[in-house]
Design a protein around this ligand. Structure first.
Ligand code: LLP
Length: 393
């Protein structure tokens, strides 16, 4: 049975727009699909940066996933939501001393270390706490993920990770430091990756390095391949759940892991993106010289992706789904020309007050919202509360 999002229009009428609407049924369905597809010897850590809404996080934590965090704030939120400290991994090129100390004190499972300089600082801080820090080296594998340049991370010009060509030095350093325990290696090549080829290439490369390290007596017990699985922004109802099985199988089949080795994933977008929509109303239909503008009450401060990455999100007219179509630029009220959700978008004709759903906004939507132009932060509502029991699947 396919699970598509249903919108409780009656309930929406009473809520002030704009707001995020989360289909918590779809989230549970997605988590069940992910868990069922996960290979043996593997653990998935939800990339908290995608959506840090406490209710969403609690549902994700209850599924048994670990968490991938990039700040002290994310670690605190993950623990609050019920993720176990030992299942938390901590990435990021600029971990502060305060964040490292907090992570050491709560006993996180692994630091994904992004430079030799950071390795030394973790070693010193671990000594002051009287603990040994579990670390993995984040290695930059020089793989082009063929995605937007702002979300590509695995190329040599990117700031992330330790360049693979100097990995040996970093490994030697980690093995020599008294207060760190080298668990393994971490990779993340980018986000919204729509073909499996870059992941296959990553597996082949990792396989070669693992063989070389093994030959030198270095056993990497922890192999973390990051996140990056893309979702279908064009057809959210046709593909509400990504093909986790095909994605995981690439790693299960192409990385011949030894006994005692564990495989770690850090999916973010693929878990939450299709579960969220930004609900907004049309304020004005403005006739320009050559185009019509549907000016809505949500702006780039509520959902930054279109302005920052030229990202396309499907837009649905919830109020008049069967009206004759017309063509609009759908724009927000923020004083920036980049505050555009869609250009030349064909929609069932809208009028002042029409309610629209900007789809696939569950990942990097609410988390990236700001108060620019002194606008309110958007609130969040959940299908668990708004959908009548009979309409839940
Ligand atoms: N692991 C690491 C080390 C990461 O840097 C990221 C995302 C993930 C995992 C999760 O990747 P995902 O499964 O979500 O692709 N704001 C951008 C996306 C930035 C991604 C940053 N890193 C957007 O809205 O497209």
């Amino acid at each position: 049975m396919k699970k598509t999002t249903r919108f409780p229009l009656g309930a929406f009428e009473k809520i002030e727009t704009p707001f995020y609407y989360y289909d918590t049924d779809l989230l549970r369905y997605t988590l069940a699909a992910l868990t069922a597809a996960l290979p043996p010897q593997a653990k998935a850590h939800y990339a908290v940066k995608a959506n840090i809404n406490p209710r969403m996080m609690k549902i994700i934590a209850a599924s048994g996933m670990g968490a991938d965090c990039v700040s002290g704030g994310e670690i605190a939120a993950a623990i609050e939501a019920g993720f176990l400290p030992q299942d938390i991994v901590f990435s990021g090129v600029g971990k502060s001393d305060k964040e490292i100390l907090a992570a050491l004190r709560c006993g996180i499972g692994c630091f994904n270390v992004e430079s030799v300089e950071e390795l030394d600082v973790i070693d010193q801080l671990a000594a002051t706490c009287g603990v040994t820090a579990p670390v993995a080296l984040r290695l930059n594998p020089h793989i082009d993920a063929h995605t937007h340049k702002y979300i590509t991370t695995g190329l040599s010009e990117n700031k992330f990770g330790i360049d693979i060509t100097v990995a040996d030095k970093a490994i030697e350093r980690a093995l020599a430091l008294p207060n760190v325990r080298l668990r393994g290696a971490h990779f993340h090549i980018g986000s919204q990756i729509l073909t499996l080829e870059p992941f296959r290439l990553l597996c082949r490369r990792i396989g070669e390095w693992l063989r070389q390290w093994r030959a030198r007596g270095i056993f990497m017990e922890y192999i973390n391949v990051g996140g990056g699985l893309g979702i279908d922004y064009d057809a959210p109802d046709e593909h509400p759940v990504p093909d986790f099985a095909a994605y995981f199988d690439v790693f299960a089949n192409e990385l011949a892991l030894d006994e005692g080795q564990t495989l770690h994933f850090e999916p973010g977008r693929s878990v939450v993106a299709q579960c969220g929509s930004l609900i907004t109303r049309v304020l004005y239909v403005k006739q320009g010289l050559n185009k019509k503008f549907a000016i809505v009450d949500a702006g780039m401060n509520d959902l930054l992706r279109p302005a920052l990455y030229q990202a396309r999100h499907e837009i649905e007219n919830l109020t008049e789904p069967y009206a004759q179509t017309d063509t609009y630029d759908v724009v927000g009220p923020v004083c920036e020309s980049a505050d555009v959700f869609a250009t030349d978008k064909e929609l069932p004709a809208v009028v002042r007050g029409s309610m629209l759903a900007i789809r696939s906004a569950g990942a990097y939507g609410e988390t990236m919202a700001s108060r620019y132009n002194s606008r309110e932060l958007p609130c969040a509502y959940f299908s668990d509360d708004l959908l009548p029991a009979g309409q839940k699947i």
